[in-house]
Structure formats: C-alpha cells, structure tokens
Design a protein. Structure first.
Length: 359
C-alpha cells in the first residue's frame, strides 16, 4: 500500500499521487451501495444512550449517538458497536430531566436544556420530526457555531435516523448551547480564499485564554476586527466552501478545523429541511471563518492533483476498529462529502487520519 500512504509536509500546497485518474467513480450514486443500513441493534444502543446528557465533563460534547450511527453506516458488527458503547459511555453523566413549567426557555442558557427538551418533545409529538425541524432551524441557524458545530452535527444524525427523541435532544442541545457571531455582512469585493488568508494572518498570533473551542470562539467574536473580517465573500458557493474547508483541514490536521468539515457535512445533510439553503451557507461560512481564526494556524491550504485509489471497504473496516469518536465521524463525513463533491482531498483526509491511528 505504499502508493496510498500520505505524507503532508507543513508547508506543502500540492500533493501528487501515483495514480492520475480515479480508479472508479461513485459520484452521482450518492450513498447508494456505499453506506450500510442502520441496524436495529445500533438503534437500540442509541436509544439506550439517551439516558446520558449531551454535555459532560467541563462542557464537552457527548458523541456517543453520532459515533454509533457512523460506525453502523460503515458496517460495524454488533460486537464492535457494543465495544464502542461500553468504551465511551463510562465518562458520560445522566441526562438532565425535561422541565414542564411555564417558563419560556432562553437561547444560549444551558440551564434551560430541560425546558427546551419538553418543548421539542411536545412539538415532535404534535407535528412530527419534519415540521418541528423546519420550524426550529431558522431560529437556530445564526448559531451554527454553537457547541463547536456539535448542535447541527447531532441534529443531522438524529434526522437521518428519524428517531424522535434523538431529534428532540439534538434541538434542545443546540438551543441551550446557542452561540451567535453577530449579524451577517456581505462584501462585494473580497474573495473567499483571500479572506481566509487575511483571517489566518490577523489572528494567528493571538493568545487565547484557557478553555474549550467555544470559549475561544466567544473571545474571538468580541475582538474589534472580527466582524469586518467575517464578512460573506462575493464568490461564496457550496462547491467553493467544500473545497476550502477540506483543504484547510488537510493542511493542518487541526482539531477545530476537523469540526468545520463534519459541521459542513451535517448542514449539507439537513438541506431538505432548509427553507433558505443559501442563507444557511452564509451562516456556516461565518462560523468557519471563526473556527479558522481560533485554529491559530498560518498553514496554506493543501490541494490534491490526483485522487488516491479509493478503498472504501478497507477504510470503513479500519474505522470500525477505532475507538476515537472524531476519527469515526470524520471518515463517515469525508465519504459522504466525496460522493457529493468528488474532491480528492476527502479520501486523502481519510488516509491521513487512519495513518495517524495506525502508524
């Protein structure tokens, strides 16, 4: 497999693989034949895991349901699903109870999680998943960055699973962790790539206070220059966002930018529920600019000239042996996004991540 190994020097801007053409194309096939159907055993584990809160520790996101679903989509056995569940669940804490008092919950107030949970459970019972999500998204999308993209990520998995309580928990998590970056401002002059270089240059040397990604995001958004640098560029479109987000992640292997990739995939998966997809993309871009700002990297984005040989079954099998929730979710997201955008950087990112786990 020497022709598929990936080595990315820190300053590289282009990588060439031995193979100059795609060995086969699955573009246009979407997910058909690529992802395995969700198993009843996996659904049972996810529902069992709904006893655990979406937040644990010092504010960390509970990835259990998303990782289990991503494992199942990649063909994990019942034993592998069980092993991951027991490996991961020990660090989690019990779910906060739903609250049925008459007080109106406030966006961004973690203490209101139980009130949001009661609200969304009631709405799903009365209106169903589709109408509840469609109604909730316009209010939540300005906070796409919330919980470092984990609100939109958990919702996308819940909607994919069509599990009512998973959707209710995801919406409540997003609403109670809500974090906004301010009003959107359009630029008619700046281009997306130029903008990202400016953001990197401007914030690379900033020293953040200790804390999680969400804390650094809050600090960044309070800086005087952030709003002027987080504008919506004139050339913004979905394909450009796909290309730039994966190239910036590939150049750095940065943990924050990893969430930019999985967050973009989650938003893309929610497209059928979006009343204004173009507006949602603008909110995502604002969030990605913030993520790049706190990543603290000046590395140039990496582009791939030629697609590496596609070994989906092999990569899925490797993913199913991982106990790293971020690896599992990233590999699933990159497979999904490759089918929609056919960018060779997605398989390259998979190979890099797996090489890190299996040196």
């Amino acid at each position: 497999m020497s022709n598929t190994s990936v080595t990315i020097p820190p300053s590289a801007t282009t990588i060439t693989y031995n193979q100059s053409t795609h060995p086969f194309s699955v573009y246009g096939n979407q997910e058909k034949g690529m992802f395995h159907p969700i198993s009843e055993h996996c659904l049972q584990l996810i529902r069992q895991g709904q006893r655990y809160d979406p937040v644990y520790g010092c504010g960390l996101a509970n990835h259990l349901p998303m990782a289990l679903a991503a494992l199942a989509f990649q063909g994990a056995s019942e034993n592998q699903l069980d092993a991951f569940y027991h490996h991961y669940a020990g660090q989690l804490v019990p779910m906060r109870p739903a609250c049925t008092d008459a007080q109106t919950p406030t966006l961004g107030n973690r203490a209101d999680f139980g009130r949001f949970l009661s609200r969304y459970r009631r709405q799903i019972h009365q209106q169903g998943i589709e109408q509840t999500v469609r109604h909730a998204l316009p209010e939540l999308l300005p906070g796409l960055i919330s919980a470092a993209f984990h609100g939109v990520i958990r919702l996308s998995y819940g909607v994919t699973l069509q599990d009512p309580d998973e959707v209710a928990i995801a919406l409540s998590y997003w609403a109670s962790e809500y974090q906004t970056l301010g009003a959107l401002h359009q630029s008619e002059t700046i281009q997306a790539e130029q903008q990202l270089r400016l953001v990197q240059h401007h914030f690379a040397a900033h020293s953040y206070q200790p804390g999680l990604i969400v804390d650094r995001i809050a600090e960044l958004s309070s800086l005087p220059d952030f709003a002027s640098l987080a504008v919506i560029p004139a050339d913004l479109n979905e394909s450009l966002v796909a290309r730039l987000t994966i190239r910036h992640y590939l150049s750095t292997n940065n943990f924050t930018l990893l969430h930019g990739v999985t967050g973009f995939q989650a938003l893309h998966q929610l497209q059928p529920y979006l009343a204004e997809p173009a507006l949602a993309l603008r909110y995502y871009w604002q969030a990605f600019v913030a993520a790049l700002g706190v990543a603290g990297t000046a590395a140039l984005p990496v582009s791939i000239r030629d697609c590496p040989p596609l070994q989906w079954a092999h990569w899925q099998a490797q993913s199913c042996t991982s106990d790293d929730d971020h690896t599992i979710k990233l590999i699933y997201s990159c497979q999904y996004l490759y089918h929609h955008f056919s960018l060779p950087e997605y398989p390259a990112a998979i190979m890099r991540r797996l090489a890190k786990e299996n040196p």
